[in-house]
Design a protein around this ligand. Structure first.
Ligand SMILES: COc1cc(/C=C/C(=O)SCCNC(=O)CCNC(=O)[C@H](O)C(C)(C)COP(=O)(O)OP(=O)(O)OC[C@H]2O[C@@H](n3cnc4c(N)ncnc43)[C@H](O)[C@@H]2OP(=O)(O)O)ccc1O
Ligand SMILES: O=C(O)CCC(=O)C(=O)O
Ligand SMILES: [Fe+2]
Length: 359
């Protein structure tokens, strides 16, 4: 039974039951037309976005990928990855209709009835590789985040056909397939910037041996200033390729450490960011930068990140080529699945995950 408007969720077990156990998510809360944000979503003051900390004059680089092997383009990719950890690419090879189709499919998935989406929840999903959820890690969070997601870990086309929701399966697979060219172009350039000039099969697998695509849904929120869409974090990937819609709300930590920079939506562009695995493998040259998403009081928002990762069974650490060149390692070798489990078992806490690999 849905809770009544006059008795909103003062009892947390009622909220958890409605949002998590019944699969209504925050989308279900948003669609009830609540007048006030349930207290479980109220973030401590220091985690709320304060507009005085936004640096409106700054922006992350926008890189034209028409000629990816042009030396100036290569230089701007490596500089952006070292200085900002984030950049947007335009004129890349991923067709605009592939991007539009995956956005439509995201709306289709979240438009399904709660009972249907709930078949993919941690409790009911037939596989750990397919997971519908809400917030980030609700069991570890003091305050919940205003986001629902579907997370799809790619193993094979056969598995995707058997297990992924049919309303979005083809569109996500197509988005992943078509993004592979640009992912390889970027990794080749980034490796060249480290003087790693050959990407053999083993290295390619270490850099991009596994991929996970998330469909993120941030519904319209009452009192958006009191909560977050996604709290401060860095990704644990090698690289993340992020498609966002036209609403905006993604902020990246500026390189002076205190301020936040908005990532404005640009039609047809993709946002690229360095994840912790690449920061570790590059021995700190490329930076995985903290970012967060604000909640929105007027619009629903979606985004579709592809997390390009090592394989769970890979050991990651500074690349041997860097150490052979005389660099002192600042990270140890860690099993990538241990690193990711450490990330998923705690609430978002900015850049703290990487301490797991520090020497
Ligand atoms: C969801 O909101 C997010 C997500 C992000 C993600 C940013 C990234 O960079 S994702 C890239 C993740 N990397 C990979 O997918 C690498 C390859 N995969 C793995 O290494 C493994 O699949 C695994 C993720 C480590 C899971 O390993 P497994 O041995 O099967 O162990 P489990 O028991 O299933 O999971 C361990 C632990 O993690 C939780 N968890 C697993 N998958 C997810 C998921 N997709 N989303 C959320 N949480 C997940 C799981 O519940 C377990 O926790 P327990 O407490 O139950 O033990 C960035 C920002 C966001 O807001
Ligand atoms: O929605 C966004 O713009 C970013 C989401 C994000 O940071 C993530 O899923 O890791
Ligand atoms: Fe992220």
């Amino acid at each position: 039974m849905a809770p009544s408007l006059s008795e909103p969720f003062s009892d947390s077990s009622v909220l958890i039951d409605f949002v998590i156990n019944q699969g209504n998510g925050v989308k279900g809360l948003s669609e009830m037309g609540l007048k006030a944000l349930p207290k479980q979503y109220i973030q401590p003051l220091e985690e709320r976005m304060c507009m005085t900390n936004v640096q409106a004059q700054e922006s992350i680089p926008i890189i034209d990928m028409s000629n990816p092997n042009d030396l100036e383009v290569e230089k701007s990719i490596c500089e952006a990855a070292s200085k900002w950890g984030f950049f947007q690419i335009v004129n890349h090879d991923v067709p605009v209709e592939v991007l539009e189709n995956v956005k439509d499919a995201t709306y289709k998935f979240f438009g399904l009835a709660a009972e249907v989406k709930n078949k993919y929840s941690k409790e009911h999903s037939l596989s750990n590789n397919v997971r519908f959820g809400t917030s980030f890690t609700p069991q570890a969070e003091k305050a919940l985040e205003w986001k629902d997601y579907l997370s799809l870990f790619y193993v094979s086309e056969e598995e995707a056909f058997a297990l992924w929701p049919s309303v979005c399966r083809e569109q996500v697979l197509d988005y992943m397939r078509k993004s592979e060219v640009v992912i390889k172009q970027l990794l080749k350039v980034l490796m060249k910037g480290l003087n790693v000039n050959e990407i053999d099969e083993t290295k390619e697998s270490l850099l991009m041996g596994s991929m996970r695509t998330n469909l993120n849904y941030y519904p319209k929120c009452p009192n958006p200033e009191l909560t977050v869409g996604v709290g401060r974090h860095s990704d644990v990937s090698t690289l993340t390729i992020l498609l966002q819609d036209e609403i905006g709300g993604l902020f990246v930590r500026g390189n002076d450490g205190d301020n936040w920079i908005h990532v404005p939506p640009i039609k047809g562009s993709l946002v690229i960011n360095v994840g912790d695995a690449l920061q570790i493998m590059s021995n700190g040259k490329y930076k995985s930068v903290e970012h967060r998403v604000v909640a929105n009081g007027s619009n629903n928002r979606i985004s579709v990140p592809i997390f390009v990762n090592p394989r769970p069974s890979d050991m990651i650490g500074p690349l041997p080529e860097l150490i052979e060149n005389g660099e002192k390692p600042i990270y140890k070798q860690v099993l990538y699945s241990d690193y990711v489990k450490h990330f998923f078992r705690k609430a978002h806490d900015g850049k703290k995950t990487v301490a797991f690999a520090e020497l």
